[in-house]
Design a protein. Structure first.
Length: 301
């Protein structure tokens, strides 16, 4: 069965878009932008079966299956789980619906939460306004930025992509992207997005200060009510520039979506603190099947 899977690439965009128009991805890891831009970090193989779509994902830590998305299909789920057991692959459940459906089918199932992979989801309007005591410190940073700099928002489009790439290179120098493995992968992902910007279902804005790009945001529609923010980069030397691009993105998208998914923190303490500071509305959980539980539940079925 797994031999029918094919690696996701630019030729898969139309297939995935058609499927996601009917069945939106439950988590940012399964968004088109992440599947393709982060292909050097984790390789995704697609397994379409009728009206369903399963994924086989290979990472440095191992290989795992994402059970079929789409309409509930017990027969197909059993096929995928049996193949996963035979091939010694893990099973990862993205979102509440996948977890609850698995528990409905297999009440004795045991799972392990993958906290580092939880997506942070925010109210778009709340980030656009940043009102209240929770955002007092951020508003102070924004006010400082506005006093010192006059920023103009622009769309990222084909005509300014080369300039955006130059800013991305500056950002990588500030962050010393070659010093850490995760940053090296992020650099590759960012430049893949920029190189293939017109071929991917992504959009973006930038902030220009004194005719120079100082921040960018790249995002994608995840579902009818949600956009996912893939990349958000700003000049570290400009106090308040990061909050400025965060707010500018929310202002730009508030007429298009109710929620903003700002992806996971990947277990990075500073990133987790920054995401929590923005007061998420909710988290999208990720769980893996506990080792040995797959064999136990299949033997009972």
């Amino acid at each position: 069965m797994f031999e029918d899977a094919f690696e996701a690439d630019l030729t898969s965009v139309d297939l995935l878009r058609r499927f996601y128009n009917l069945h939106p991805p439950p988590h940012s890891d399964l968004s088109l932008g992440n599947i393709l831009c982060w292909k050097d970090f984790y390789k995704v193989h697609c397994l379409p079966k009728g009206g369903n779509l399963a994924f086989l994902i290979k990472t440095r830590e191992g290989e795992y299956v994402v059970p079929p998305l789409g309409p509930p299909n017990y027969g197909l789920l059993m096929e995928v789980l049996k193949e996963a057991l035979k091939e010694a692959w893990g099973v990862t459940l993205y979102g509440f619906q996948a977890l609850s459906l698995m528990k409905e089918y297999f009440p004795s199932i045991r799972t392990v939460p993958q906290r580092d992979l939880y997506d942070y989801v925010y109210l778009t309007q709340k980030l656009a306004e940043m009102r209240g005591r929770d955002f007092l410190k951020i508003r102070n940073e924004l006010n400082s930025f506005r006093r010192c700099f006059k920023a103009e928002r622009e769309l990222i489009e084909e005509g300014n992509l080369e300039e955006v790439k130059r800013f991305a290179r500056r950002w990588c120098i500030w962050k010393d992207c070659e010093s850490k493995e995760l940053l090296r992968y992020e650099k590759k992902a960012l430049f893949y997005a920029l190189e293939h910007f017109t071929q991917l279902p992504i959009e973006g804005i930038l902030l220009r200060v004194e005719d120079r790009i100082e921040a960018l945001s790249i995002f994608e529609r995840l579902s009818p009510d949600t956009y996912v923010i893939h990349f958000e980069k700003a000049n570290y030397n400009m106090k308040g520039c990061y909050p400025a691009i965060t707010r500018a993105t929310a202002e730009f998208l508030r007429e298009k979506c109710y929620f903003l998914n700002r992806e996971s923190d990947m277990g990075v303490p500073g990133l987790r603190k920054a995401k929590q500071k923005l007061r998420p509305h909710h988290l999208i959980e990720v769980h893996s099947l506990e080792k040995n539980t797959l064999g136990e539940i299949l033997n009972k079925s």
